[in-house]
Design a protein around this ligand. Sequence first.
Ligand code: A2P
Length: 339
Amino acid sequence: DGPSVAIVGATGAVGQEFLRVITDRDFPYRGLRLLASERSAGKRLAFEDREYTVQDLAAPGAFDGVDIALFSAGGSVSRKYGPAAVASGAVVVDNSSAFRMEPEVPLVIPEVNPEAMANVRLGQGAIVANPNCSTIICLMAATPLHRHAKVLRMVVSTYQAASGAGAAAMEELKLQTQEVLEGKAPTCNIFKQQYAFNIFSHNAPVLENGYNEEEMKMVKETRKIWNDKAVKVTATCIRVPVMRAHAESVNLQFEKPLDEDTAREILRAAPGVTIIDDRASNRFPTPLEVSDKDDVAVGRIRQDLSLDDNRGLDIFVCGDQIRKGAALNAVQIAEMLLK
Ligand code: A2P
């Protein structure tokens, strides 16, 4: 019972997490097709007491009979094969940035803007976009506060994990760490500079305005998800040598006053959010603590003392990039289609 599901990029970091999330959430499916590049075609993958053969995405009929296609193989793959999946009647949940800003494509965080999915139906081909991982993690915490006091301006600084650049980047971080400890020159295949024991500006291309693409995604996607063209957002995105969870410092300036106790109550009630905010023992969210977890963790909840009348808050947010930042959010979108 359930839909026939295809996973595009099944051998990748997010693709593998799709499978784990499907099991963890008992997502119902009648069939499962694992698609990747021709490099992986023929590879056998065990999942839920069955063995699957990875199929070449480029082979004809790859989407025949597929109801839901979860894509995470990069933007160019989504652009090339997404339309074919839609044409064969599938709803594509796309983890890449390829279609996010297209006006007719819903950009969805289920806890934040489920209404954007109103016109998407199983059986009618369509694309739904999964937001950028940093955007999802930030907005999981910022949105409940925004609903209460309306954010006028948001300043984000990220500390982003290797996983956002894929399984190969995670391997490179491990390898480099070992190499540096052994006094060897670090192998730099994925990133152009030493990653272990270092931090650097996000590897996304830098644009003419001085922002990199990752930062501009946070700016544009926030406006679209909140359906608020006026909200002011600025971001600085940094890679840190962490395996799979992002951290973000978020400064929020509000239209209405919002004191930190009320903010804490609001966040305590927010779905998908856990508060870790123990000042006495200096215990706050860490990437390690949220790794493999569904919830985004929020702490360092404090009044911004540079603003009068409780018009600002500082928070620190951590979320598993592969899970809520990608695979979990996409599977939650797929679950909405079953309702
Ligand atoms: P493959 O393993 O065959 O290269 P990650 O984000 O961890 O790097 O994973 C990327 C995923 O996208 C992998 O499953 C990879 O498959 C898949 N992929 C990359 N390029 C293509 C392509 N041109 N066609 C199909 N799948 C692709």
